[in-house]
Design a protein around this ligand. Structure first.
Ligand SMILES: Cc1cc2nc3c(=O)[nH]c(=O)nc-3n(C[C@H](O)[C@H](O)[C@H](O)COP(=O)(O)OP(=O)(O)OC[C@H]3O[C@@H](n4cnc5c(N)ncnc54)[C@H](O)[C@@H]3O)c2cc1C
Length: 279
């Protein structure tokens, strides 16, 4: 048995980390405890973040929404602010794992796992979210796009934790869309996913676009060429086919047991075509 600490505040957390150097933090444990059981990790001690109030809750702060890193996916789904402001994130949370995984797993855990298939990542990339990192000495914000540095890798410094996720309050988006293609409907990691935000004016012309794909590269992929292709033009199926071709050139899918690269490239483009049905 290794020691497990359950701090009730950030100051208790820093004390626990000082007492147990090399300890790993966890929230829901749906990634970390699974890896530990499989023998992939052997931390000398564990620190559970679940009881720390400072890491929980959803609130509006000026032009931003602050989402506590230790909020579970189920808690976020139940939040009126999340439902009304960021339906693109809600759509991703709804298809993340099973009800049990959503009850245990947290937003912070999903981001710190930094899987290219992590479902909350594409919406938060498209929304230009920031993460707030905490140490005993300071808090520091950085764009999520810089925080995730590779598959399973983040810019989290040793001894720091992810405290919260800051989302600019979306304004003007007429479409917030997330779609995930998996090998089955439930409990499947994405083979390809797409988060898309569009601002389309009354004449059907796209004024702004933000697109982010999951599972088609070492991290979430964005494609500014595809976004630029849509802007200032009438949103139509032929235009989306043009943008899809640019996205298919830009992505660099991996091959794993779930799908080959060519299939992922094709689906990455095809997911864009769906946007024609939504405007
Ligand atoms: C059966 C099953 C199905 C799944 N399906 C999906 C799916 O469809 N889509 C998907 O995206 N994921 C899926 N997952 C993966 C997992 O459930 C999610 O990534 C979940 O959000 C992880 O959150 P957690 O709180 O359980 O993370 P934990 O396991 O607690 O932690 C994961 C990692 O993050 C670190 N960490 C956690 N919180 C913090 C913090 N605040 N600060 C610093 N580091 C932190 C931990 O040290 C660890 O390295 C699935 C997992 C299982 C077991």
């Amino acid at each position: 048995m290794i020691p497990v600490f359950t701090p009730h505040s950030l100051s208790d957390l820093w004390a626990a980390l000082a007492q147990a150097p090399g300890a790993m933090v966890y929230a829901g444990g749906t990634d970390l405890l699974v890896k530990r059981r499989a023998g992939l990790l052997a931390p000398p001690a564990l620190i559970h973040l679940e009881r720390i109030d400072e890491l929980r809750g959803v609130e509006e702060r000026g032009e931003w929404l602050r989402l506590g890193a230790a909020c579970t996916h189920t808690e976020l789904l139940a939040e009126a602010l999340v439902q009304t402001q960021v339906p693109v994130l809600v759509a991703a949370l709804r298809v993340l794992g099973s009800p049990l995984v959503r009850n245990m797993g947290t937003l912070g855990g999903n981001l710190c796992t930094a899987s290219p298939a992590g479902d909350t990542l594409p919406p938060l990339y498209a929304l230009n979210a920031e993460v707030e990192l905490l140490t005993p000495a300071e808090s520091h914000r950085m764009p999520l796009r810089q925080f995730i540095t590779g598959p399973g890798q983040t810019a989290l410094p040793p001894g720091a934790i992810l405290g919260s996720v800051w989302v600019p309050k979306p304004s003007g988006w007429t479409v917030q869309h997330f779609e995930k293609v998996g090998l089955r409907n439930a409990l499947a990691c994405s083979v390809v996913s797409l988060a898309a935000l569009l601002q389309v004016n009354g004449s059907g012309v796209t004024e702004r676009a933000a697109l982010a794909w999951g599972s088609v590269g070492p991290t979430v992929m964005v494609c500014p060429e595809a976004e630029r292709c849509l802007i200032g033009r009438h949103l139509s199926l032929p235009l989306l086919r043009e943008a899809a071709a640019k996205a298919q050139q830009a992505v660099s899918p991996i091959v794993d047991g779930r799908a080959d690269a060519e299939y992922r490239r094709t689906v990455a483009g095809n997911l864009l075509l769906r946007l024609s049905e939504l405007v």
